[in-house]
Design a protein around this ligand. Structure first.
Ligand code: PRP
Length: 178
């Protein structure tokens, strides 16, 4: 990178490694959804760059929409997800693929899966670029997983550090906020 943002400790995943992984995931998704026209659902904001790259690497027809949700609470019992921006169209009978930048506790995703499953899609799957299995609190099935990572703070490629650094082309480890 041409500037040195503060708080960044190291590069975790390079641009090249991300590009290779996105192509791999896109090839699997294209093959699995042959003959279908899946709806790719990006969860904002973090997924916007991954979804843009993934969608362009697919060689099947697809549609794209976004949801914005916010979570409160940090346990299974009291976590709530509020939908700030919902999908534009019904998804009944559609093949829906949720596209996430990172799954941490899994609480956000598990609530979104419940919400979307209740709308009766034909299929409902999950694709994430990053996964932190050691942090999991909710049991969610991840169908397409880019990288398992340790419990470190990451930023870049759509993911923020106090709303900054989403535009970095690589994934970096940032210093834990104090
Ligand atoms: C991040 C990420 C996931 C969620 C994962 O979003 O994009 O949606 O957290 O965490 P969980 O598995 O512990 O629920 P964030 O709330 O940071 O919002 P953003 O995408 O707008 O940055």
């Amino acid at each position: 990178m041409s500037f040195q943002p503060e708080g960044i400790e190291s590069v975790l995943i390079t641009e090249d490694a991300i590009r290779t992984k996105v192509r791999e995931l896109a090839a699997r998704i294209s093959s699995d959804y042959q003959g279908s026209q899946p709806l790719l659902v990006g969860l904002l904001k973090g997924s916007f760059i991954f979804l843009a790259d993934l969608a362009r690497a697919l060689d099947i027809d697809s549609e794209i929409d976004f949801m914005t949700v916010s979570s409160y609470g940090n346990s299974m019992e009291n976590s709530e997800v509020r939908i700030l921006k919902d999908l534009a169209e019904p998804i009944a009978g559609r093949d829906v693929l949720i596209v996430e930048d990172i799954i941490d506790t899994g609480l956000t995703l598990s609530k979104i899966l419940d919400v979307l499953a209740a709308r009766h899609p034909r299929s409902l799957k999950v694709c994430t670029l990053l996964n932190k299995p050691s942090r999991r609190k909710a049991d969610v099935t991840v169908h397409y997983n880019g990288f398992d990572i340790d419990d470190v703070f990451v930023a870049g490629y759509g993911i923020d550090f106090a709303q900054r650094y989403r535009n970095l082309p690589q994934l970096v480890v940032v210093r834990k906020p104090v």
